[in-house]
Structures are given as structure tokens and as C-alpha cells.
Design a protein around this ligand. Structure first.
Ligand code: AMP
Length: 140
């Protein structure tokens, strides 16, 4: 399994540093975030060390998604939040602080003050259409 000796999440996977584990299987691990945005904030990670989405094999992303679905339902059933965000950061510009692939599960309440929401403003439809064409061509 790929690992990085300096990675804090690899150390959690190995049990070298403690965590509040929620769920584990061969491919994935879920544990509580120790700097929670809201009560119940937790993380679902791939066990092998892949820094970001682009390094992560798609089949492993699917494994993370299956674990995520279980964990998010448990969080919902226990905390009954009014909403829930899944957040996933890739790169410093996206505010990724731990370069080991993970997805945040963040329970939300109305007016909880979390600054994740933005005000939608209508885009330039011509530019949106042109970008869609360019991205579509790359998906193939
Ligand atoms: P990100 O900024 O998207 O890379 O998220 C990394 C998350 O990992 C942050 O929300 C941190 O609070 C969390 N975190 C960092 N170290 C630990 C740790 N030892 N145990 C649990 N969560 C951690």
C-alpha cells in the first residue's frame, strides 16, 4: 500500500497516532475531524497515500464513495442536521491542508455561520457554453 512517512493521515491509518475512528474497511477509513466546523464533522479517506483526486485511482474513489454513503447516513441519523455538505479539496488554492485524499462530511444548521455558501450570480452564457464544449471534448 502506498504510504508517505511524513503524512499525518498515513500515521492515523497505521495507528501510529490516535483518532476517533468511525468505520474502516480494507480500502477506506472514516474518523472525526479534530477541528470540527460543526458537531459531527468527520472525514472519509482512502487508506493508501494519494495526495489528491488526480492521483487517486477511480476505483478507489468509488470505494471512498461507498464508505461515505454509510458514514453520512449515520451522521444524519444521530445528529439530525438540517443539511449536510460534502467537501473535498485539491491543492492549496482550494484550501487543502492535508495532502492525502479525503472527503469532509459536515453537518449543517440554518444560519450556522459556516462561510461555505456563496451568492449565485448569472454567468455569461456564451462563455459557459464555450467552456462546456472544451471540457466535453476532453471527456471524450
Ligand atoms: P483539508 O484542509 O481539506 O485538507 O482538511 C484537512 C482536515 O484534517 C482539517 O479539517 C483538519 O482539521 C483535519 N485534521 C488534521 N489533522 C487531524 C488529525 N490528527 N485528526 C483528525 N483530523 C485532522
Amino acid at each position: 500500500m502506498k504510504r508517505d512517512p511524513d503524512c499525518i493521515f498515513c500515521k492515523i491509518v497505521e495507528g501510529a497516532i490516535p483518532s476517533f475512528k468511525l468505520f474502516e474497511n480494507d480500502a477506506t477509513l472514516a474518523f472525526m475531524d479534530i477541528n470540527p466546523l460543526n458537531d459531527g464533522h468527520c472525514l472519509v479517506i482512502a487508506k493508501p497515500h494519494h495526495p489528491d483526486l488526480f492521483d487517486l485511482p477511480p476505483a478507489l474513489l468509488a470505494e471512498v464513495a461507498l464508505s461515505l454513503a454509510r458514514v453520512a447516513r449515520a451522521v444524519r441519523d444521530e445528529l439530525a442536521p438540517e443539511g449536510l455538505n460534502l467537501l473535498q479539496a485539491n491543492g492549496r488554492a482550494a484550501a487543502q491542508s492535508v495532502p492525502h485524499f479525503h472527503i469532509h462530511v459536515v453537518p449543517r444548521r440554518m444560519n450556522d455561520g459556516a462561510s461555505l455558501n456563496w451568492t449565485p450570480r448569472p454567468g455569461d452564457m456564451k462563455a459557459i457554453g464555450q467552456l462546456a464544449e472544451r471540457i466535453r471534448a476532453r471527456i471524450g
